[in-house]
Design a protein around this ligand. Structure first.
Ligand code: 5GP
Ligand code: MN
Length: 341
């Protein structure tokens, strides 16, 4: 399914109706969130539109190399400056999320400005908080959508090598390096075009995946040795970490990314969950195989959502209660999970 209601927006951008834009993305931005935001930033600059990327929170160290990163404002660290920039803007682009509530306080600020909002996203069930939308839940990534939208409407020349490197990053990370079900022939075509435009695929891969700290590797070892639990009757793997364990390994943003995939890598396992006690709330990551809808499960029990095979959720309850709730509710899906191979 797709929505493209950007016809007037494209005309307005071509006639330079807007002068200053804010680009924002989801809480704890990942490769696709930062890649699409910074990629779009370079494209809008090429179109003559001043713009600032404002993220709700910080993000992983392995994303800070991206061109344009030095100008990103982190809202939670710099509320006043972010508000001043928003006041001076005349349009806001919301990328890689589709519910304004997912960006907490920054979402409230954006709504209160009454500025036109553009949503570009590939998650299920968008909320109608936008004036313009470019949305396709069959697209691999927001980066793929930005490439299509910009090249179709403005010509491929608006994508310089800086933009290409940013966009390739999100395309690569959101497809799990072109291995997930969301990888389409179109994703490969876009990757090829981005390489022609200057995306350096080897250095992007190495910068993203070969830059872990020793603590992070030890955390993974600890989790796999001591913490990985198998709920055999539900073909499910579970890892949970309390705040004391997080401080023991000096866990910083991004360190736990990828951990949930280890559960799914086990033979016979079709659903994997990672539950982490972040101080402000308990955060959950879900990964599934086949047609088990992790996003519907996350939405039903843990105020979450996402994609069919990769979703997330959260809870305000104590960690032990969340783990125990998970173990109880997963039983309802026992039969469904056992049908998946
Ligand atoms: P991750 O487990 O990598 O944090 O997230 C997996 C997918 O689920 C991503 O596409 C992410 O945007 C989405 N997601 C993660 N947490 C939430 C959440 O709390 N709500 C919603 N709607 N989506 C989420
Ligand atoms: Mn994405």
């Amino acid at each position: 399914m797709r929505i493209d209601s950007t016809l007037d927006l494209v005309a307005d951008l071509k006639s330079l109706k807007y002068k200053n834009a804010v680009i924002t993305t989801h809480h704890k931005p990942d490769g696709d969130a930062m890649g699409s935001s910074l990629g779009l930033s370079h494209i809008l600059s090429h179109l003559g539109l001043n713009n600032t990327v404002i993220t709700p929170t910080d993000y992983a160290e392995n994303l800070i190399w991206m061109p344009g990163n030095e100008k990103v404002i982190i809202f939670e660290n710099n509320v006043q400056l972010a508000e001043e920039i928003l006041q001076k803007s005349d349009i806001v682009f919301c990328l890689d999320f589709n519910q304004i509530g997912r960006i907490n306080k920054l979402g409230e600020k954006i709504v209160s400005t009454n500025l036109p909002i553009v949503m570009i996203d590939h998650h299920q069930n968008p909320e109608e908080f936008y004036q313009f939308a470019y949305w396709n839940n069959e697209s691999s990534s927001t980066c793929e959508l930005i490439f299509e939208w910009a090249s179709t409407n403005f010509g491929v020349e608006v994508i310089n090598s800086n933009a290409a490197n940013c966009l390739y990053t999100g395309l690569m990370t959101d497809t799990g390096n072109f291995q997930y079900i969301n990888t389409s022939p179109q994703s490969h075509k876009v990757a090829a075009e981005l390489m022609s435009l200057g995306a350096k695929h080897v250095s992007i891969y190495e910068t993203i995946y070969h830059s872990f700290t020793l603590n992070r590797s030890k955390l993974f070892g600890y989790c796999l040795y001591y913490k990985l639990e198998i709920l055999e009757d539900c073909k499910t793997a579970l890892i949970y970490l309390n705040s004391q364990e997080l401080s023991q390994f000096d866990v910083v943003t991004g360190d736990t990314e990828g951990l949930v995939n280890f559960g799914l890598g086990l033979k016979g396992i079709v659903f994997s969950v990672l539950i982490i006690d972040r101080t402000e709330r308990v955060k959950m990551s879900f990964r599934s195989k086949g047609n088990f809808a992790a996003n519907l499960f996350a939405a039903k029990y843990f105020s979450g959502g996402g994609h069919i095979n990769a979703a997330g959720g959260q809870s305000e309850e104590p960690l032990e209660d969340v783990v125990s709730k998970f173990k109880t509710v997963i039983q309802e899906y026992k039969e469904e999970l056992n049908l998946i191979s």
